[in-house]
Write a protein that binds this ligand. Structure first.
Ligand SMILES: [Zn+2]
Length: 244
């Protein structure tokens, strides 16, 4: 379910209400872009959602004001360069033009975008595909090394490009990492890896889980906060906000 609630008069900021099978109670999040998302348990009556939002209205407004203050200036699209601080790479983007479908070629630290660069959606999808491949190439050996070093076992790793989660670990030991981690500092990425590896032993966020994380990553509290703030490092083009 995704619906618009018109409790606020401003039209510039997206609202969404998402029903979640896993949600036990209502949760509201304000993203760094100012977008507001309410996650509610299945079949929550709209009346309850509106009451919940009304109760948290001043908190939401404060968060949105904060988001507006710290929002990055709009970037050009396609981007001139892509900075991957997790692996200390800076890729220049070159628009080669020409016909045919949009394609991205990587060589050295140059990304050549061929085809119609005016097709913003196609360019974004192509750049995202490249980001996902790059993330696979960078994160897979890093996770492997981290697991070996600390004595963890996992079944396999997949890279996704999601807007809401940095990582997850399934009961079968599949660790899923967000390709956007490449935009975050290396110590934050390592913390997330340790966090997900710890889930191979504790499939919850219990006190024992956090003890396990703390053992391998004493600074986990600071890094977990940095991770939560991490979305502001992700360039707007990845999810298409504002640009296309
Ligand atoms: Zn977790």
């Amino acid at each position: 379910m995704s619906s618009q609630l018109s409790l606020w008069s401003e039209q510039d900021v997206g609202w969404s209400v998402r029903e979640s099978q896993r949600a036990r109670r209502m949760v509201v999040r304000v993203f760094h872009t100012g977008r507001v998302e309410v996650v509610v348990p299945l079949r929550t009556p709209p009346r309850l959602i509106e009451g919940f939002l009304a109760r948290h209205r001043s908190w939401i407004e404060r968060k949105r004001a904060e988001a507006r203050r710290t929002a990055a200036p709009p970037e050009p699209f396609p981007p001139l360069a892509i900075e991957l601080i997790a692996c200390a790479e800076r890729w220049r983007v070159h628009l080669a033009g020409g016909g045919g479908p949009v394609r991205v070629r990587a060589a050295g630290e140059l990304l050549t975008v061929g085809g119609d660069a005016g097709n913003r959606v196609a360019v974004r999808m192509a750049l995202r595909r490249w980001l996902q491949e790059r993330a696979q190439a960078v994160l897979a050996p890093a996770l492997d090394a981290c697991a070996r070093e600390l004595g963890f076992c996992y079944a396999r790793m997949v890279v996704r490009c999601q807007r809401t989660r940095w990582g997850s670990c399934s009961a079968r030991g599949t660790i899923s990492l967000n390709g956007c981690l490449l935009f975050l500092p290396p110590d934050v990425v390592r913390y997330l890896m340790i966090h997900e590896l710890a889930h191979t032993r504790h499939m919850n966020h219990s006190a024992r889980f956090w003890q396990c994380v703390a053992r391998y990553c004493p600074e986990y509290r600071r890094l977990d906060r940095a991770l939560l703030q991490g979305w502001r490092h992700v360039p707007a083009w990845v999810f298409g906000e504002g640009t296309a």
